[in-house]
Ligand binder design. Sequence first.
Ligand SMILES: O=P(O)(O)OC[C@H]1O[C@H](OP(=O)(O)OP(=O)(O)O)[C@H](O)[C@@H]1O
Length: 315
Amino acid sequence: MILVAFPEMRPLAEDLAPALGADLLTLDWHHFPDGESLISLPGDLDGADVAFLATLRDPDRLALPLRFAAATAREMGARRVGLIAPYLGYMRQDRRFERGQAVSAPLFAQFLGESFDWLVSVDPHLHRIARLQDVFPMPAIRAVSAPLLATWISTNLPDAVLLGPDSESQQWVAEVARLAGRPYEVLRKVRSGDRSVDVSVPESAALREGTPVILDDIASSGVTMARAVERLLAAGTAAPVCLAIHAVFAHGAQDAILSAGAARIITTDTIPHPTNAIGIAGLLAEPILSVVTALDLPVAGTIRLDPNPAERTTE
Ligand SMILES: O=P(O)(O)OC[C@H]1O[C@H](OP(=O)(O)OP(=O)(O)O)[C@H](O)[C@@H]1O
Protein backbone atom coordinates (compact mmCIF):
# COMPACT_ATOMS: atom_id res chain seq x y z
CA MET A 1 0.00 0.00 0.00
CA ILE A 2 1.06 3.57 -0.61
CA LEU A 3 -0.13 6.15 1.90
CA VAL A 4 -0.28 9.62 0.39
CA ALA A 5 -0.66 12.33 3.01
CA PHE A 6 -2.11 15.76 2.44
CA PRO A 7 0.59 18.08 3.82
CA GLU A 8 -1.01 18.95 7.18
CA MET A 9 -1.53 15.24 7.92
CA ARG A 10 2.13 14.28 7.72
CA PRO A 11 2.56 13.78 11.51
CA LEU A 12 -0.35 11.32 11.72
CA ALA A 13 0.80 9.66 8.48
CA GLU A 14 4.22 9.01 9.98
CA ASP A 15 2.56 7.15 12.86
CA LEU A 16 0.17 5.30 10.58
CA ALA A 17 2.42 4.18 7.71
CA PRO A 18 4.45 1.63 9.74
CA ALA A 19 1.25 0.09 11.15
CA LEU A 20 -0.04 -0.34 7.59
CA GLY A 21 3.31 -1.52 6.24
CA ALA A 22 2.82 1.25 3.70
CA ASP A 23 5.24 3.49 1.85
CA LEU A 24 4.61 7.11 2.79
CA LEU A 25 4.47 9.92 0.27
CA THR A 26 3.33 13.50 0.70
CA LEU A 27 1.19 15.11 -1.95
CA ASP A 28 2.28 18.52 -3.25
CA TRP A 29 -0.48 21.13 -3.14
CA HIS A 30 0.45 24.33 -4.93
CA HIS A 31 -1.87 27.30 -4.44
CA PHE A 32 -1.93 29.69 -7.38
CA PRO A 33 -2.43 33.43 -6.75
CA ASP A 34 -5.96 33.23 -8.17
CA GLY A 35 -6.98 30.62 -5.58
CA GLU A 36 -6.78 27.57 -7.86
CA SER A 37 -4.88 24.46 -6.79
CA LEU A 38 -2.29 22.31 -8.53
CA ILE A 39 -2.07 18.82 -7.06
CA SER A 40 1.05 16.76 -7.80
CA LEU A 41 1.54 13.15 -6.75
CA PRO A 42 5.08 11.92 -6.21
CA GLY A 43 6.38 8.43 -6.81
CA ASP A 44 5.26 5.44 -8.84
CA LEU A 45 1.66 4.43 -8.13
CA ASP A 46 1.34 1.86 -10.91
CA GLY A 47 -0.55 -1.19 -9.65
CA ALA A 48 -0.61 0.06 -6.05
CA ASP A 49 -3.34 0.32 -3.48
CA VAL A 50 -3.29 4.03 -2.76
CA ALA A 51 -4.75 5.54 0.41
CA PHE A 52 -5.03 9.29 0.72
CA LEU A 53 -4.94 10.76 4.22
CA ALA A 54 -6.86 14.03 4.44
CA THR A 55 -8.97 15.29 7.30
CA LEU A 56 -12.15 17.01 6.15
CA ARG A 57 -12.33 19.85 8.61
CA ASP A 58 -12.65 22.40 5.83
CA PRO A 59 -14.39 20.27 3.22
CA ASP A 60 -15.15 23.02 0.70
CA ARG A 61 -11.42 23.81 0.48
CA LEU A 62 -10.50 20.13 0.13
CA ALA A 63 -13.21 18.81 -2.17
CA LEU A 64 -11.65 19.59 -5.55
CA PRO A 65 -8.07 18.78 -4.51
CA LEU A 66 -9.32 15.38 -3.30
CA ARG A 67 -11.07 14.76 -6.59
CA PHE A 68 -8.00 15.82 -8.57
CA ALA A 69 -5.74 13.63 -6.41
CA ALA A 70 -7.91 10.51 -6.74
CA ALA A 71 -8.34 10.90 -10.49
CA THR A 72 -4.61 11.48 -10.98
CA ALA A 73 -3.73 8.41 -8.91
CA ARG A 74 -5.95 6.33 -11.19
CA GLU A 75 -4.35 7.86 -14.30
CA MET A 76 -0.98 6.87 -12.81
CA GLY A 77 -2.13 3.25 -12.60
CA ALA A 78 -3.35 2.87 -9.00
CA ARG A 79 -5.42 -0.29 -8.74
CA ARG A 80 -7.55 1.11 -5.94
CA VAL A 81 -7.87 4.52 -4.35
CA GLY A 82 -9.17 4.95 -0.80
CA LEU A 83 -9.66 7.86 1.55
CA ILE A 84 -8.73 7.98 5.22
CA ALA A 85 -10.62 10.98 6.59
CA PRO A 86 -10.12 10.97 10.38
CA TYR A 87 -12.64 13.81 10.58
CA LEU A 88 -15.47 13.68 8.10
CA GLY A 89 -17.17 17.02 7.50
CA TYR A 90 -20.74 17.62 6.39
CA MET A 91 -22.23 14.77 8.43
CA ARG A 92 -24.22 17.18 10.66
CA GLN A 93 -26.58 18.31 7.88
CA ASP A 94 -28.20 14.89 7.63
CA ARG A 95 -31.72 16.11 6.98
CA ARG A 96 -33.63 19.11 5.66
CA PHE A 97 -34.24 21.24 8.75
CA GLU A 98 -35.98 23.94 6.71
CA ARG A 99 -37.59 23.95 3.31
CA GLY A 100 -35.10 24.40 0.46
CA GLN A 101 -31.97 23.36 2.38
CA ALA A 102 -29.51 20.98 0.76
CA VAL A 103 -29.19 17.69 2.64
CA SER A 104 -25.40 17.90 2.57
CA ALA A 105 -24.45 14.59 4.22
CA PRO A 106 -25.66 12.21 1.48
CA LEU A 107 -24.69 14.66 -1.26
CA PHE A 108 -21.14 14.89 0.06
CA ALA A 109 -21.00 11.11 0.53
CA GLN A 110 -22.03 10.67 -3.10
CA PHE A 111 -19.36 13.18 -4.17
CA LEU A 112 -16.63 11.23 -2.35
CA GLY A 113 -18.00 7.94 -3.67
CA GLU A 114 -17.42 9.14 -7.21
CA SER A 115 -13.68 9.37 -6.48
CA PHE A 116 -12.83 6.78 -3.86
CA ASP A 117 -13.23 3.00 -3.63
CA TRP A 118 -13.37 2.96 0.17
CA LEU A 119 -13.43 5.26 3.16
CA VAL A 120 -12.32 5.00 6.78
CA SER A 121 -13.20 7.68 9.32
CA VAL A 122 -13.10 8.10 13.10
CA ASP A 123 -16.42 8.51 14.90
CA PRO A 124 -18.25 10.45 12.21
CA HIS A 125 -21.16 12.58 13.41
CA LEU A 126 -23.87 9.99 12.90
CA HIS A 127 -26.91 11.31 14.64
CA ARG A 128 -30.00 10.36 12.73
CA ILE A 129 -28.01 8.18 10.30
CA ALA A 130 -27.38 4.75 11.82
CA ARG A 131 -24.32 3.71 9.84
CA LEU A 132 -21.85 5.30 7.45
CA GLN A 133 -22.87 2.66 4.99
CA ASP A 134 -26.36 4.14 4.91
CA VAL A 135 -25.06 7.26 3.15
CA PHE A 136 -21.87 6.20 1.37
CA PRO A 137 -22.07 4.29 -1.90
CA MET A 138 -18.71 2.56 -1.36
CA PRO A 139 -17.42 0.50 1.61
CA ALA A 140 -17.18 2.97 4.48
CA ILE A 141 -15.93 2.03 7.93
CA ARG A 142 -16.13 3.85 11.22
CA ALA A 143 -13.18 3.50 13.61
CA VAL A 144 -14.36 3.89 17.20
CA SER A 145 -12.28 6.06 19.53
CA ALA A 146 -14.04 5.10 22.80
CA PRO A 147 -11.32 2.65 23.97
CA LEU A 148 -8.60 5.27 23.46
CA LEU A 149 -10.61 7.94 25.27
CA ALA A 150 -11.35 5.57 28.14
CA THR A 151 -7.67 4.65 28.49
CA TRP A 152 -6.70 8.32 28.54
CA ILE A 153 -9.28 9.04 31.24
CA SER A 154 -8.29 6.04 33.37
CA THR A 155 -4.64 7.06 33.19
CA ASN A 156 -4.98 10.81 33.63
CA LEU A 157 -8.25 11.45 35.48
CA PRO A 158 -9.10 8.39 37.58
CA ASP A 159 -11.75 10.38 39.50
CA ALA A 160 -13.53 11.56 36.32
CA VAL A 161 -17.29 12.01 36.17
CA LEU A 162 -18.17 11.97 32.49
CA LEU A 163 -20.71 14.42 31.14
CA GLY A 164 -22.36 14.46 27.76
CA PRO A 165 -23.59 17.95 26.86
CA ASP A 166 -26.75 16.71 25.11
CA SER A 167 -28.86 13.61 24.65
CA GLU A 168 -27.14 12.82 21.37
CA SER A 169 -23.78 12.49 23.11
CA GLN A 170 -25.07 9.67 25.30
CA GLN A 171 -23.98 7.11 22.68
CA TRP A 172 -20.25 7.80 23.15
CA VAL A 173 -20.30 9.07 26.74
CA ALA A 174 -21.99 5.90 28.01
CA GLU A 175 -19.49 3.69 26.19
CA VAL A 176 -16.41 5.60 27.34
CA ALA A 177 -17.75 5.65 30.92
CA ARG A 178 -18.36 1.90 30.77
CA LEU A 179 -14.86 1.19 29.48
CA ALA A 180 -13.25 3.54 32.02
CA GLY A 181 -15.42 2.24 34.85
CA ARG A 182 -16.58 5.76 35.71
CA PRO A 183 -20.04 7.32 36.25
CA TYR A 184 -21.66 9.56 33.67
CA GLU A 185 -24.51 12.04 33.32
CA VAL A 186 -26.10 13.61 30.29
CA LEU A 187 -26.92 17.34 30.27
CA ARG A 188 -29.74 18.99 28.34
CA LYS A 189 -28.94 21.27 25.41
CA VAL A 190 -31.18 23.56 23.39
CA ARG A 191 -29.67 25.18 20.30
CA SER A 192 -31.34 28.21 18.77
CA GLY A 193 -28.53 29.30 16.40
CA ASP A 194 -24.96 28.55 15.27
CA ARG A 195 -23.55 30.27 18.36
CA SER A 196 -26.64 30.29 20.51
CA VAL A 197 -26.91 27.32 22.85
CA ASP A 198 -28.21 26.77 26.33
CA VAL A 199 -27.33 23.83 28.55
CA SER A 200 -28.96 22.74 31.77
CA VAL A 201 -27.43 20.51 34.41
CA PRO A 202 -29.36 17.85 36.34
CA GLU A 203 -29.33 17.97 40.12
CA SER A 204 -26.86 15.24 41.00
CA ALA A 205 -24.52 14.91 43.95
CA ALA A 206 -22.22 12.72 41.83
CA LEU A 207 -21.27 15.77 39.77
CA ARG A 208 -19.52 17.36 42.73
CA GLU A 209 -17.61 14.23 43.73
CA GLY A 210 -14.94 14.05 41.06
CA THR A 211 -13.38 15.86 38.13
CA PRO A 212 -16.09 16.70 35.59
CA VAL A 213 -15.08 15.69 32.06
CA ILE A 214 -17.32 17.05 29.32
CA LEU A 215 -17.10 14.65 26.40
CA ASP A 216 -18.42 15.52 22.95
CA ASP A 217 -17.64 14.37 19.44
CA ILE A 218 -17.09 17.84 17.96
CA ALA A 219 -16.11 21.21 19.37
CA SER A 220 -16.82 23.67 16.56
CA SER A 221 -17.83 27.17 17.68
CA GLY A 222 -17.08 25.88 21.19
CA VAL A 223 -20.37 27.26 22.44
CA THR A 224 -21.73 23.88 23.54
CA MET A 225 -18.63 23.19 25.62
CA ALA A 226 -18.46 26.76 26.98
CA ARG A 227 -22.12 26.77 28.11
CA ALA A 228 -21.70 23.34 29.71
CA VAL A 229 -18.62 24.56 31.60
CA GLU A 230 -20.47 27.67 32.85
CA ARG A 231 -23.50 25.71 34.01
CA LEU A 232 -21.40 23.08 35.77
CA LEU A 233 -19.36 25.69 37.63
CA ALA A 234 -22.59 27.43 38.64
CA ALA A 235 -23.80 24.07 39.99
CA GLY A 236 -20.74 23.89 42.22
CA THR A 237 -18.46 21.43 40.40
CA ALA A 238 -14.70 21.59 40.09
CA ALA A 239 -13.35 23.19 36.89
CA PRO A 240 -14.30 20.79 34.07
CA VAL A 241 -11.92 19.16 31.62
CA CYS A 242 -13.26 19.33 28.05
CA LEU A 243 -12.58 16.29 25.89
CA ALA A 244 -13.53 16.44 22.22
CA ILE A 245 -12.83 13.78 19.64
CA HIS A 246 -12.59 16.26 16.74
CA ALA A 247 -10.84 19.61 17.27
CA VAL A 248 -12.82 21.49 14.65
CA PHE A 249 -12.44 24.77 16.61
CA ALA A 250 -13.76 27.67 14.60
CA HIS A 251 -11.99 30.96 15.24
CA GLY A 252 -12.09 31.85 18.93
CA ALA A 253 -13.59 28.55 20.09
CA GLN A 254 -10.71 27.48 22.27
CA ASP A 255 -10.59 30.87 24.02
CA ALA A 256 -14.35 30.78 24.59
CA ILE A 257 -14.10 27.40 26.34
CA LEU A 258 -11.14 28.41 28.50
CA SER A 259 -12.70 31.80 29.34
CA ALA A 260 -15.82 29.98 30.51
CA GLY A 261 -13.64 28.31 33.16
CA ALA A 262 -12.52 24.97 31.71
CA ALA A 263 -9.47 23.51 33.41
CA ARG A 264 -8.07 22.25 30.10
CA ILE A 265 -9.08 21.05 26.64
CA ILE A 266 -8.03 17.66 25.31
CA THR A 267 -8.59 16.34 21.78
CA THR A 268 -7.52 13.46 19.58
CA ASP A 269 -5.35 14.12 16.53
CA THR A 270 -8.08 13.50 13.95
CA ILE A 271 -7.56 17.22 13.23
CA PRO A 272 -4.11 18.66 13.91
CA HIS A 273 -4.39 21.18 16.79
CA PRO A 274 -2.32 22.25 19.81
CA THR A 275 -4.86 20.54 22.11
CA ASN A 276 -4.18 17.10 20.58
CA ALA A 277 -3.20 14.67 23.33
CA ILE A 278 -4.62 11.34 22.14
CA GLY A 279 -3.14 9.74 19.02
CA ILE A 280 -5.51 7.78 16.81
CA ALA A 281 -3.01 6.08 14.44
CA GLY A 282 -3.31 2.78 16.30
CA LEU A 283 -7.05 2.85 15.77
CA LEU A 284 -6.93 3.24 12.01
CA ALA A 285 -4.63 0.51 10.77
CA GLU A 286 -6.91 -2.47 11.37
CA PRO A 287 -10.04 -1.07 9.67
CA ILE A 288 -7.98 0.16 6.71
CA LEU A 289 -6.33 -3.21 6.20
CA SER A 290 -9.68 -4.96 6.67
CA VAL A 291 -11.47 -2.96 4.03
CA VAL A 292 -8.65 -3.28 1.50
CA THR A 293 -8.40 -7.04 2.11
CA ALA A 294 -12.16 -7.48 1.82
CA LEU A 295 -12.21 -5.72 -1.53
CA ASP A 296 -9.78 -8.34 -2.81
CA LEU A 297 -12.05 -11.23 -1.88
CA PRO A 298 -13.93 -12.85 -4.72
CA VAL A 299 -17.46 -11.62 -4.11
CA ALA A 300 -20.81 -12.13 -5.59
CA GLY A 301 -22.82 -9.28 -4.21
CA THR A 302 -22.05 -8.97 -0.54
CA ILE A 303 -18.85 -8.60 1.45
CA ARG A 304 -19.05 -8.83 5.22
CA LEU A 305 -16.10 -7.56 7.18
CA ASP A 306 -15.39 -8.16 10.85
CA PRO A 307 -18.81 -7.40 12.32
CA ASN A 308 -17.50 -5.15 15.12
CA PRO A 309 -18.40 -2.31 14.86
CA ALA A 310 -21.79 -2.50 13.18
CA GLU A 311 -20.70 -0.09 10.45
CA ARG A 312 -18.16 -2.59 9.24
CA THR A 313 -20.45 -3.96 6.61
CA THR A 314 -20.37 -3.45 2.88
CA GLU A 315 -23.41 -4.43 0.94
O1 LIG B 1 -19.03 23.73 19.27
P1 LIG B 1 -20.43 23.85 18.75
O2 LIG B 1 -20.54 24.86 17.65
O3 LIG B 1 -21.41 24.09 19.83
O4 LIG B 1 -20.80 22.48 18.03
C1 LIG B 1 -20.60 21.24 18.65
C2 LIG B 1 -21.89 20.51 18.85
O5 LIG B 1 -22.55 20.34 17.59
C3 LIG B 1 -22.81 18.98 17.35
O6 LIG B 1 -24.11 18.74 17.65
P2 LIG B 1 -25.27 18.94 16.56
O7 LIG B 1 -24.93 20.03 15.62
O8 LIG B 1 -25.64 17.68 15.92
O9 LIG B 1 -26.47 19.24 17.43
P3 LIG B 1 -26.98 20.59 17.90
O10 LIG B 1 -27.26 21.42 16.68
O11 LIG B 1 -28.19 20.20 18.66
O12 LIG B 1 -25.89 21.19 18.75
C4 LIG B 1 -21.84 18.24 18.24
O13 LIG B 1 -22.28 16.96 18.58
C5 LIG B 1 -21.63 19.14 19.40
O14 LIG B 1 -22.53 18.87 20.46
